[in-house]
Each structure stands twice: as C-alpha cells, then as structure tokens.
Design a binder for this molecule. Sequence first.
Ligand code: FAD
Length: 317
Amino acid sequence: MAKVLVFIDNPGPALKKASLELLTIARSLGEPAVAFNGELHDDVAATLGAYGAQALYRPSTADLDDYLVGPKASYLAAAVQTAEATVVLTENSAEAREIAARLGIKLGAGVITDVVAVDPDGTAHKSVLAGSWTTTAKASTPVAVLTVKSNSITPDPAVTGTAPGTVTVEVPATATAASARITARNEKAASGRPDLAEARIVVAGGRGVDGNFGPVEDLADALGAAIGASRAATDAGWIGHDAQIGQTGKTVSPQLYISAGISGAIQQKAGMQTARVIVAVNKDAESPVFEIADFGIVGDLFQVLPQATAEIKKRKA
Ligand SMILES: Cc1cc2nc3c(=O)[nH]c(=O)nc-3n(C[C@H](O)[C@H](O)[C@H](O)COP(=O)(O)OP(=O)(O)OC[C@H]3O[C@@H](n4cnc5c(N)ncnc54)[C@H](O)[C@@H]3O)c2cc1C
C-alpha cells in the first residue's frame, strides 16, 4: 500500500479544515502519515489519529520557523525517506508551493500544484489557465508531491481511528547553513473575520463600491463571512492587497460567494468560480459576472446589500 505523507506546518491548537481535507485524500491513496513542524497539542494528535494517521514525524530541531522555507524542505525530504512515502500532500499556499518545489528538486519528484481532486491511483486534477480549463496529471517519478487547494473535498474521519506514535526525523545539519534567517516579524492586527482562503462564505467588493467597503463589511459580519475584493478595489487602495481574489490574488472556494460591484473579468473568475453558490449584485445587467452567477441581482449595491444585511439580522434575532 502506498505511504502518503501529509505535511502540516504549525498545526496550532486545532487543525484547519484544509489539513483534514489532506488527510481524507491521503486515506484514499494509501496509508497516511503526518510530518508536522511546530508544537503538537494533544487534541491535534487525537484528531490526526481520528483521521487515520499511522505515524507522526517531527523535526529534530525546533527552529525551522526562524528561517524562510529552505530548511522545511530539507526536513520534509528527510521525513519522506524515513516514512518511505511515495506521495506527499501539502496545502496550496504560496509558502507550501515553494516548499513543494524545493522538495521536488531534492527528491527528483514530480510536483503538481493547484490540485482540486486526486483519483485513488494518484492522478491529480488541476485547475489551469485562470480556471477556464481543468487538466489531469500524474507524476511518473517514484515520489509525487501534490499541493491541494483548500475546500476541494469534504473532510471525513476514518472509520477506525489510530493512536499514532511520534518519530523524530533528523534534520540535516546543513539545512540551515545557507538559508535566509528571519530577522523580524510584525503581527498584523486581527480582523476577527475568518481567513479568506478558508472561509465558508465570502463577500467581495469591486470598483462598484467606489471606495466605501462599509456595506460589504456589514453584510460579511452579518453572515460571519470573510471579505474579498477585485484587483480594481485593491489597486485603488480601498482595501489591502491580501483581500484580492483572482489570478494574481487568492483562490477561494467557499460554499457561498457574494460578488458586489465586480464586473467578473476572467482574472477575477479564476479565483472564485469554484465557489458552490455565486450571488452577484451589479447594476449592469450585461455584466459578465452574471454568466457564472447562480443568483443575480441587477441593482445598486448600496441599496441591495443593506437590505440583505437587515433581513439576515432580523432572521437571526
Ligand atoms: C495579468 C492580470 C492579472 C489580473 N489579476 C486579477 C485578479 O487577481 N483579480 C481581479 O479581480 N482582477 C485581476 N485583474 C484585473 C481584471 O482584468 C479586471 O480589471 C478587474 O477584475 C476589474 O475589477 P472590477 O470588476 O472591480 O472593476 P470593473 O471592471 O470596473 O467593474 C465594476 C463593476 O461594478 C459595477 N457597479 C458600479 N457601481 C455599482 C453599484 N453602485 N452597484 C452595483 N454595481 C456597480 C459596474 O457595473 C461594473 O460591472 C488582472 C488583470 C491582468 C491583466
């Protein structure tokens, strides 16, 4: 049976849904194990067991976070060898993809990014060309490295849980020698809203908000949603670039995506068209966003959004 290693960087006090998705996919491919970095809380270890992890690998050194990604790739390469894994699964974040690329070079492994589904034989389905095509790919190398987009599948615990033991993986002494060390970190003020890439609901605003994200924020808060934006809105400085969704921004795949004052250019669609339900609010009935919307409202967002917010609040009260 194929050994599948899931990399979880800093699992924190509770596992993210994206990590549970990776474990669910790992079980469909073979025998799952987890290589983590950072602290492992007891609850997290129990959840990893509930999702079928047969073994947990930890690095011999606790300072991997003091460097950019190089040493993490070295650790993961050593973990793959210790676990005798033939498949590695990671998230699809920019950092995880960089680790995957470096790991691919170290192991001579095929790397497939932007994966949205994996067949039991390891064939990966990925979304390409700004999301307008999907392709299938399979690595022909002894080890395959796949970076999987979050919200690709519904996480599912194993029928029979495990109580996995922890194995320490020796990180090569050379791993940190020629790596860039992080010299300072400044934490961004927390918004209190869910993480955009993981959110179940996203409310996004575009040029149509004309500098006023207030109605978008109010609706997002009524729904417990994250806030996204088109590039026109981020370029105008109305909201931070980390809110940008699209080809050159984040890719989101929420259950519900509400698009307000966004025309629906191909580069914007690339980041959101896999949302389960798309609701578009635009005052131009000819706007291309209506081509992919499940529900369309032709109207002024400054009238439509506050009405929706008021109704949602009323029903929640
Ligand atoms: C290489 C490249 C990469 C790019 N990457 C991205 C990307 O990652 N993400 C991205 O979003 N774009 C990206 N773009 C830009 C993209 O092509 C569009 O220019 C951009 O998405 C337009 O943003 P918008 O829809 O907010 O603005 P517009 O196209 O100007 O549309 C504004 C919309 O708001 C509507 N509107 C105006 N006022 C109201 C109102 N009061 N109520 C309701 N509706 C109203 C209008 O009818 C219009 O449809 C990229 C472009 C290039 C070339």
